[in-house]
Design a protein around this ligand. Sequence first.
Ligand SMILES: Nc1ncnc2c1ncn2[C@@H]1O[C@H](COP(=O)(O)OP(=O)(O)OP(=O)(O)O)[C@@H](O)[C@H]1O
Length: 362
Amino acid sequence: MIRFESVTKRFANGTTAVDDLSVEFLEGGITVLVGSSGCGKTTTLRMINRLVDPTSGTVSLGGRNVRELPAAQLRRGIGYVIQQAGLFPHRTILDNIATVPTLLGWGRRKARARAAELLEVVGLTAESGKRYPHQLSGGQQQRVGVARALAADPPVLLMDEPFGAVDPVVRTLLQDELIRLQAELHKTIVFVTHDIDEAVRLGDRIAVFRTGGHMVQFAPPAELLARPADDFVAGFLGAERGLKLLSLISLQDVPYEPIAAVRTTDTAARARAEATGRWLLAVSPDGKPAGWVDVHALDGSDSVGQTALTPVRGLTDSDSLLSALNETVSSPTGMAVRVDAAGVLVGASRDDVVHAHQRSLA
Ligand SMILES: Nc1ncnc2c1ncn2[C@@H]1O[C@H](COP(=O)(O)OP(=O)(O)OP(=O)(O)O)[C@@H](O)[C@H]1O
């Protein structure tokens, strides 16, 4: 729905910020523009809402050249989130969020009701609506920035390094929040970052730019990681490219087999009778993996639950191959334990099976 056709932007000082860009961004998905500083990401983004006009070529939205639409009308359908949130310092949080609906003539009461609803959507308390921007943390301010951009329910959201100014822990939380929101809202999002890990986490598609405003690759994250177009992209993806790829591949296609388990409520004698080797898997009464039991350690206990258990992490189909590899290394049996969506044991994948799947991807 957002389409660039042979778009070039040359500034008056002669800088070519974007060079002959032709690309179509995913409708209802997140496209991430990534690349080092000055490679033209922000300029590309700003040509969508016409904060910058191209020197040549066409940018279209929903099949219409954005230059043919009145700027105000165009921007009504496009939410815009920038680094540092850009909130109005003398307005309360609620009034900040209500800005666009108020401009659209919704009436104060309706605009504020919508703002209150959005506070909750982005995970802020109703009480924070009465505060002023400087009374919130950086991460909270970014949430307000997202709420404000969503206020008029625009189909398109442009996000320019929205989480760039917050610490890594808060950044991960905000990314999780965006993933959760997007699963409900299905907006067409264009997201600018220079952080490749953020791009891989968030993007349905990733556009990699290099200096001079050239887009060098446009692909889903797994394809980008598996097949970087050239040495520049491979270098940008970093030395941990293989690990990042493993973290994106799910366990859906990795087979598992049934595994015998004892209950934490079983007596030690019963568990010992069940044992065929040194280690047994224990599950809690609701069937969830509780840990590995060392048969030798049962000697001093009455029940399985009294024994020191080696921790286990049950993996669902949506967990990553990287998690399974970690489990095969940390589990005393080399098994990656598998659970259903409710966390109940369904079986285990042997280490050779997990490794074989990893090799089949190469
Ligand atoms: N108004 C302007 N006038 C002249 N040159 C500009 C202008 N805006 C941006 N540029 C130049 O265009 C190039 C691309 O800038 P742009 O902001 O799009 O890059 P970016 O990839 O978003 O960088 P960053 O990650 O640092 O924000 C840079 O060389 C920049 O200096």
